[in-house]
Design a protein around this ligand. Structure first.
Ligand code: SAH
Ligand code: SF4
Ligand code: F3S
Length: 473
């Protein structure tokens, strides 16, 4: 999944607490402050929560001291993610000493996993709300204001928040996330998501198209369609008529505007079809970038993980992508040191990485999650130092591949969507090409702005950034 954990925590925090619609803020008597952790879907959920709260009289604030309500939207994917949140909750509890009226609520995956525990045993928070229960937030807040603690962690088979227009938090006004489905029906044995997010359900395509059209009307130039497994998107009308699969949806979104870039994440290798690849090829505005997590290169480990594909099957999928979309960037997630992983298994992961030539990977040490199939069935038996050494090797290989890919772009010309002024220099723009590689280039005398496209020739590269110059606008 497109995760935001590659940011440093400080960067993430700055991004998470937001000023939002500042001019609109004045009309609110009460204010909420929200921090988000975890994947892009979780960040998008915070935007849904912001919308629900706005409707019920709460404006957003970036300043925690001004907040009547402090919310943390949490992630359970690895133990470290939960520890980070716990530290924040302890900090917020400290703040309550001077401000007893301030309410603290925990949202998201940790709320779902730990349920009332955070409230009863640990007495850390006033509210606990799971990912499918955000509509009940205003009622729970009202109860909590009278001193009753509120919990709702019911999961739903239907909830998609389709009718709620997310309030864009910390947005650059150019790119936005759009959730197209919720939950996950895969049972990867290492993963907590099926337990915290419930069953998979696809959002009504018309509501997705309305949201995308609204973004286009407001000047946005890029959407990323989000789901734990977007290729299994499947929507039928109540009477079973009109089937819309992911390839169909991708096409419908691409047709909203030729100037709108369309991205998506995440693709489970077992579900991405030729139909999706040909749809990507057909529309220039669908970006050439596929996030295709392999997790491990060993068929034996993949079976233990219940990923349902083999090493060979995965490599054939990579071949097929390269055949249909030759300049497609492929990115990956890798877990090092899953239960029983041997040196040979690890070497196979390195082999698959080298063959697939990933632009970028998110690389993790296996972290056992209570209640998952792996925790119940297998011993977490790879020693920590072996896990770390394997992770280092995986990271080193990825660095080498990324550097070579970026270097081979020198001399090429790309259409770049301008996203921001460069963090390093006021005189430079920062944007991305279709493959999602970041390109920094001088603003020059062109009268361009965020959200414009420029044709940029790559003149140099570091391991993570391309340097270029405008050749046409
Ligand atoms: N639905 C997405 C994954 C979402 S979680 C997919 O199938 O790709 C994002 C990534 O976190 C996973 O791809 C996996 O690499 C990693 N991850 C999940 N559970 C983990 C665990 N228990 N330990 C370490 N990494 C894990
Ligand atoms: Fe987790 Fe697997 Fe579902 Fe991804 S596809 S969210 S890794 S269970
Ligand atoms: Fe996302 Fe973390 Fe939940 S990755 S789905 S917020 S466990």
């Amino acid at each position: 999944m497109l995760e935001t954990h590659n940011k440093t925590m400080d960067e993430a925090r700055q991004g998470e607490a937001y000023g939002g619609q500042l001019e609109a803020e004045k009309k609110f008597e009460k204010h909420f402050y929200i921090e988000s952790y975890g994947c892009a879907m979780n960040f998008n959920d915070s935007e849904i929560v912001a919308s629900i709260l706005n409707e019920h009289g709460f404006g957003a604030t970036k300043i925690i001291e001004d907040a009547n309500l402090v919310l943390v939207n949490t992630c359970s994917i690895r133990e470290k993610a939960e520890q980070t949140v716990r530290n924040r909750l302890v900090h917020f509890k400290g703040l309550k000493k001077n401000r007893p009226d301030m309410l603290v609520g925990v949202l998201g995956c940790m709320a779902e996993r730990l349920k009332a525990k955070l409230l009863e045993e640990e007495k850390l928070v006033d509210l606990v709300i799971g990912p499918d229960a955000y509509r009940t937030l205003p009622n729970l807040i009202a109860e909590a204001e009278t001193g009753q603690k509120g919990v709702n962690v019911l999961l739903s088979r239907e909830e998609t928040y389709a009718d709620i227009a997310p309030i864009r938090l910390d947005s650059n006004g150019v790119s936005s996330f759009v959730s197209i489905m919720r939950g996950c029906n895969n049972m990867c044995t290492f993963c907590v998501v099926p337990f915290t997010r419930g069953r998979e359900r696809s959002r009504d395509p018309q509501s997705i198209l309305r949201e995308v059209q609204d973004l286009v009307d407001r000047g946005y130039k890029e959407v990323t369609l989000l789901g734990q497994n977007v290729d299994s998107y499947y929507h039928t009308n109540d009477d079973g008529s009109e089937v819309v699969n992911f390839a169909n949806l991708l096409e419908l979104v691409a047709l909203v505007s030729p100037k709108l870039r369309v991205r998506f994440s995440t693709s489970h290798p077992k579900d991405i079809t030729d139909e999706v690849l040909f749809t990507m090829k057909k529309y220039d505005n669908i970006c050439n970038n596929i996030h295709l997590p392999v997790q491990s290169g060993s068929t034996r480990v993949l079976q233990l993980m219940n990923r349902t594909y083999t090493k060979e099957w995965y490599l054939k999928k990579v071949d097929r992508i390269r055949e249909i979309i030759p300049d497609c960037a492929i990115t990956c997630d890798i877990i090092c040191g899953f239960c029983t992983e041997t040196e040979e298994d690890h070497q196979e992961t390195l082999e698959v990485m080298a063959y697939s030539n990933y632009d970028l990977s998110y690389m993790y040490i296996y972290s056992e999650r209570p209640g998952t199939l792996a925790a119940r069935r297998y011993a977490d038996d790879v020693p920590d130092e072996v896990k770390s050494r394997r992770l280092d090797e995986v990271i080193a290989l990825q660095r080498k591949m990324s550097a070579a890919i970026f270097k081979s772009d020198i001399g090429k010309t790309y259409e770049v969507l301008i996203e921001n002024t460069s963090k390093r220099s006021e005189e430079h723009w920062s944007g991305r090409n279709s493959q999602s590689r970041v390109i920094v280039f001088p603003k020059g005398d062109y009268n361009l702005q965020k959200g414009d496209y420029a044709t940029v020739k790559v003149t140099d590269a570091t391991s993570g950034t391309l340097i270029g110059e405008i050749v046409a606008v």
